[in-house]
Write a protein that binds this ligand. Structure first.
Ligand SMILES: Nc1nc2c(ncn2[C@@H]2O[C@H](COP(=O)(O)OP(=O)(O)OP(=O)(O)O)[C@@H](O)[C@H]2O)c(=O)[nH]1
Ligand SMILES: [Mg+2]
Length: 442
């Protein structure tokens, strides 16, 4: 139901704080206020903050400030009020209950933002960005989200949608009104370069999107090697904490040990694995199977070799096993040898800068997603990929000389996908777009 009046506590309810904010949105917002809020007036103007008391009948409950927003100039586009009360858990719940009694319904998750979207205050990508910003736990994620919040994805897609509409319009008018020669007979030869250009821009958008996904989701990174080379020591050095057990007994780690680190250019989800080698020990065998799975699933593999020993058959097998993975090979225990290797590190001494520098360089390109508008989630990327597939069908059809009117369906799908990214599509809208730019009625 869009027209009932909703209420929710917008601040955290985990522990008492200085202030809580209780948000109300909907047509009856001010009727609710009149019932529970005693102040010098009962006419509330937009963009004002009112001082007064929340009351339960005759009894004062709390001294509060209430911010008032009038439709359509509010977050949701509806009449809204935000009660700033004292942040005790009892007080906050009490005021919430009073709002229920005065006619509000408890909002469901995301309902304020959903209303903002449905009332045209923001598009779907901006609504998604609101949640991403709240959930962001590091600088880059927050920057990605705040970029999308400002409507950058619409700006990214607008020119591409414009091109598609341009192509469709030309074809439509050719089909429907062939006698209008001012429109120009557009031939497939003229459309081909437009399609090629569109596909190139789309590829760029998808490349940047991949970077934004890496920034957002981090990189699954498996630390692998034979027993005792110092994998767990490396995990601990990277995390700067004694997370995994380290001993000089080969086969110390059996279960996977995990931890996250935020490097300058990327977040790694690290997995320390059991040393891979031939063994009859049942527990170790299970651990090694898990190591194999971890390699399979990893987006980055750090292969640890022992700089103080010759490379042996086991190392070679591991190098073979990981050769098609995105990997970095490091020589640990370089403190034990005089000869310095390129990727020599010493996990036990936390001398691992070479490794972290290499990882940062590897992901430096991802920063591109912070410097320009980027798609930021699977939903958006899936729709953009679908748009690209449809446009590829158009390109192929043009190559094969299929008549223009037969490619319209694919072009419409390209357009639909992009509008769906923004959360807005209906066919009327496409027709409006097309016919608003041609004076067909002349
Ligand atoms: N000198 C030196 N010793 C190291 C270094 N890194 C680890 N070690 C030692 O090597 C031994 C094995 O270290 P771990 O980190 O447990 O090795 P692992 O690869 O996790 O071993 P498993 O879990 O058994 O597969 C321990 O005695 C560590 O102190 C290093 O950089 N230099
Ligand atoms: Mg270990």
């Amino acid at each position: 139901m869009l027209n009932d009046t909703i209420v929710a506590v917008s601040t955290s309810m985990i522990a008492p704080g200085a202030i809580s904010i209780i948000r109300i949105s909907g047509a009856e917002t001010f009727d609710v206020l009149k019932k529970i809020f005693r102040c010098h007036t009962d006419h509330f103007e937009g963009y004002r903050i009112y001082h007064g008391f929340i009351v339960d009948g005759e009894t004062d409950v709390d001294e509060v400030l209430v911010s008032v927003f009038r439709a359509p100039r509010s977050y949701t586009g509806e009449d809204m009020a935000e009660i700033n009360c004292h942040g005790g858990l009892y007080i906050t719940r009490k005021i919430l209950t009073l709002c229920y009694s005065a006619g509000c319904r408890q909002a469901v998750n995301g309902e304020f933002t959903k209303r903002a979207f449905l009332n045209g205050k923001m598009d779907l990508t901006q609504a998604e960005a609101v949640n991403d910003l709240i959930m962001a736990d590091n600088r880059d994620n927050a920057r990605l989200a705040v970029n999308s919040l400002s409507g950058s994805i619409r700006k990214l897609l607008d020119p591409l949608m414009e091109e598609v509409v341009q192509i469709i319009s030309n074809i439509e008018v050719n089909i429907d009104y062939p006698e209008y020669d001012d429109v120009g007979i557009i031939t497939s030869e003229e459309i081909k370069p437009m399609v090629a250009d569109w596909l190139q821009q789309c590829d760029h958008i998808l490349t940047v999107a991949e970077s934004s996904m890496i920034i957002k989701s981090g990189v699954k990174t498996a630390i692998v090697g034979k027993p005792n080379v110092g994998k767990s020591s490396l995990l601990n050095a990277l995390l700067a904490e004694d997370k995994a057990i380290v001993t000089d007994i080969a086969g110390t780690t059996r279960d996977l040990v995990e931890g996250d680190i935020h490097l300058q250019n990327v977040t790694l989800h690290l997995i320390d694995t059991a040393g891979i080698h031939e063994t009859d020990n049942t527990i170790e065998k299970i651990g090694i199977e898990k190591s194999m799975d971890a390699i399979d699933q990893a987006q980055l593999v750090i292969v640890v070799l022992d700089a103080s020993r010759e490379i042996d058959e086991q190392d070679r097998e591991l190098l073979e096993l990981t050769k098609n993975k995105n990997r970095i090979i490091v020589y640990n225990k370089q403190d034990l040898v005089d000869e310095k290797k390129d990727m020599g590190i010493s996990a036990a001494n936390c001398d691992i800068d070479k490794l972290t520098d290499t990882i940062n360089e590897m992901f430096a390109g991802n920063q591109i997603a912070l410097k320009q508008p980027a798609l930021t989630n699977e939903r958006q990327i899936a729709l953009m990929s679908e748009a690209r597939s449809s446009m590829q069908l158009v390109r192929d059809a043009l190559e094969e000389g299929v008549p223009l009117d037969l490619i319209n369906e694919d072009l419409e799908n390209v357009y639909r996908c992009m509008r769906e990214i923004l959360g807005e599509y209906n066919k009327e809208d496409l027709l409006d777009q097309i016919f608003s730019r041609f004076c067909v009625g002349k």
